[in-house]
Ligand binder design. Structure first.
Ligand SMILES: O=C(O)CCC(=O)C(=O)O
Length: 370
């Protein structure tokens, strides 16, 4: 992540205490992890088979239409036949599992600093909540080399190689998905100069977030990762075979995204919501935990070059569709998010949708904390 993006975090340091990270010693849920207001929306799917986010085959000739529909109605979808080799998905999951299995003291050698982005620790969003989340995280920005050398002094290069290969493949897939998602809005290369002369989003910025959710003695009262939207253009999420990811569907409630072997979950992020002038909702999601099984997820967070101004695309703006958001760089938006969290989008909104339409991301204002 270029220094401009790291600056957003440096300006908003979070002082999280990492001492709670040894979950194996906890036989009962401590009060500090008990979320009394967890169910701010109903959970769908307990008593009936609820619909869930569409699974889209990227080789389907109608993929672009299916993606457009999924983005509009869910802000999320799963993809299969995406071209990422199963062996790379497995190796990345294996490196992540290996990392979180290290003794706590070893992991803390690579702890994220209060004003940093990369490294091991609690989710950065923890600072917005009075209760702790039942998870550990590790963020990679660029090369994981320096941190991995601390974690595995003898064996770091093998793990670095896996993560770097994963980042390279994710970048290619993210560029491809960008064109499918933008194409479904009628946007072409002429409309997206910052995608570069080859349209390959060469200067895009990204980070990789590894999440580990240990088995939990009281999962109904715990929270793995609290409800949030991503500050990205899009996120590519790989989950292991334990379910836990839930997305909020307006009018339905929390819907579980079931793990599908080799599928990747795609989230519309806040910046794509802005580019689409509000047509594609930035999906509110969270992770819940399991009594007997641990869970792993790997999120590739993809955004524009740090200094590019992101604003509603001119083609999507007109007399009946005024621009809903002011222009903002990713760097500035990360600073806004670090300060306002789930109210960041509304803080950059300049007007409400016309024709009585509700802004699809308005529900974020009602998400309760703690
Ligand atoms: O673990 C999951 O499924 C969600 C992860 C996530 O939302 C994140 O890393 O931002």
């Amino acid at each position: 992540m270029p220094s401009r993006l790291s600056d957003a975090f440096r300006a908003h340091p979070v002082h999280l205490h990492h001492k709670h990270l040894d979950f194996t010693s906890l036989q009962e849920l401590p009060d500090s992890y008990a979320w009394t207001q967890r169910d701010d929306y109903p959970a769908a799917g307990d008593s009936f088979v609820a619909e869930s986010v569409p699974v889209i085959d990227l080789n389907d000739p109608n993929a672009i239409q299916l993606i457009g529909h999924a983005c509009k109605t869910w802000g999320a979808f799963q993809v299969i036949n995406h071209g990422i080799p199963t062996s790379l998905l497995d190796n990345t999951e294996c490196t992540s599992r290996n990392l979180f299995s290290l003794p706590t003291q070893q992991k803390l050698k690579a702890a994220r600093s209060p004003d940093g982005v990369a490294g091991y620790g609690l989710a950065r969003i923890s600072s917005f909540f009075s209760k702790l989340m039942w998870s550990e995280g590790f963020t990679v920005v660029g090369s994981p080399h320096d941190h991995f050398r601390q974690l595995w002094p003898q064996d770091f290069s093998r793990h670095c190689g896996v993560i770097e290969e994963y980042e390279k493949e994710m970048k290619k897939l993210a560029g491809r998905l960008m064109w499918l998602m933008l194409g479904s809005l009628g946007i072409t290369k002429e409309d997206m100069k910052w995608a570069g002369p080859k349209g390959d989003f060469k200067d895009a910025c990204s980070a990789l977030q590894l999440n580990y959710y240990p088995a939990c003695p009281d999962p109904d009262r715990a929270m793995g990762l609290a409800a949030h939207t991503d500050s990205t253009l899009l996120t590519i999420l790989k989950q292991n075979s334990t379910s836990g990811l839930q997305v909020l569907k307006e009018g339905t409630g929390w819907v579980t995204v079931p793990p599908v072997p080799d599928a990747l979950v795609i989230h519309v992020g806040d910046l794509l919501h802005i580019l689409s002038n509000g047509s594609y909702p930035s999906v509110l999601h969270r992770a819940v935990v399991n009594r007997t099984k641990h869970r792993l997820s790997i999120a590739y967070l993809y955004g524009p070059p740090s200094s590019v101004q992101i604003s509603p695309l001119p083609k999507l703006v007109g007399p009946s569709h005024p621009p809903l958001y002011r222009p903002i760089t990713w760097s500035e938006y990360l600073g806004t998010k670090a300060k306002h969290f789930n109210k960041a989008l509304s803080s950059v909104r300049v007007c409400n949708p016309k024709n009585g339409l509700v802004d699809v991301n308005d529900h974020h204002n009602s998400v309760r904390v703690g």
